[in-house]
Design a protein. Structure first.
Length: 219
């Protein structure tokens, strides 16, 4: 077995002993308590540079997606993968069926690195259809970064996130930020809607963007 997968197995044993709470449901940046991340990153880089993704076994792929998910504070592994757009696209397709939001949002955030904007957009849409809250936020952020013609459509969809979900405020903050950065004429409309919404952080961001517009500031 490649050294990196031995290191991943060591991490898994540590993670399982850390808490009985499912790993994707833990808070507090718990993965940062693991002391051997530098070893994982080095061994993964060696493996990544020596072994083309077409040669990865299903078990290796599952372990790679797992360790991407757990490296969600530093994002070192997904950033390395994104340096090879073909590999990133492969991972993105496989990640659709991997049961970890912490892998999915990192992948979606990196899709602006694909060589084909069309392929990036299609993948982002597939992730958005899964309706995972933080993945959705990263999806519209990436559409905006791509200056995609789909940006406004999916920002408006994000605005309709179930308001009973406390995280819907952050969906709306992201949508408003992306519309502003995109230069959308819809920005003024959503500043008004944000103020009508009334939630503290959303209203604060709406006022902040409104002041930037009044001052003639653009991204």
């Amino acid at each position: 077995m490649e050294k990196v997968f031995k290191e991943i197995e060591k991490f898994k044993k540590w993670a399982e002993a850390y808490s009985e709470v499912p790993q994707d449901e833990r808070g507090g940046e718990w993965e940062c308590d693991y002391s051997d991340w530098p070893i994982i990153w080095k061994e993964f880089e060696d493996f990544f540079n020596e072994c083309h993704y077409s040669k990865w076994t299903d078990k290796e792929l599952a372990n790679i997606l797992y360790i991407i998910a757990r490296d969600n504070e530093c994002n070192s592994i997904i950033e390395l993968i994104s340096e090879k757009p073909e590999t990133l696209e492969f991972i993105a397709n496989k990640g659709l069926d991997f049961n970890s939001p912490d892998a999915k949002w990192q992948i979606v955030e990196m899709l602006h690195n694909l060589q084909s904007q069309h392929n990036a957009e299609q993948l982002i849409i597939k992730y958005l259809k899964q309706e995972i809250e933080y993945v959705s936020r990263m999806g519209i952020k990436t559409l905006g970064r791509l200056k995609s013609s789909l940006t406004e459509k999916y920002c408006e969809k994000a605005w309709q996130w179930n308001k009973n979900d406390p995280m819907s405020e952050y969906q709306r903050i992201m949508a408003l930020n992306v519309l502003f950065e995109y230069g959308s004429p819809l920005t003024s409309k959503y500043i008004t809607l944000a103020k009508e919404d009334g939630r503290e952080y959303l209203v604060s961001q709406a006022i902040n963007i409104e002041n930037k517009i009044k001052a003639g500031n653009t991204i």
